[in-house]
Write a protein that binds this ligand. Structure first.
Ligand code: SF4
Length: 65
């Protein structure tokens, strides 16, 4: 699976980091999302789909391959 997060629309809310801290982080200066692993293991799929659902700005996209 492939994970992307659009830094231009991220609202710095942090739900993604709470749900999947191995995949998402936030920049120290402004809290904008950073993707740590663009090709995460399948075991994280459910947490990542949840992050995609709850992200308030719609910044996260999960593409199943
Ligand atoms: S949940 Fe969405 S808006 Fe919040 S930090 Fe993550 S990508 Fe940004």
């Amino acid at each position: 699976m492939k994970v992307t997060a659009d830094q231009n629309i991220c609202a710095s809310s942090g739900q993604c980091v709470a749900l999947a801290p191995r995949v998402f982080d936030q920049r120290d200066e402004d809290g904008v999302v950073v993707v740590l692993d663009e090709n995460p293991p399948e075991e994280l799929a459910e947490a990542l789909r949840q992050a995609e659902r709850v992200c308030p700005s719609g910044a996260i996209k999960i593409v199943e391959e």
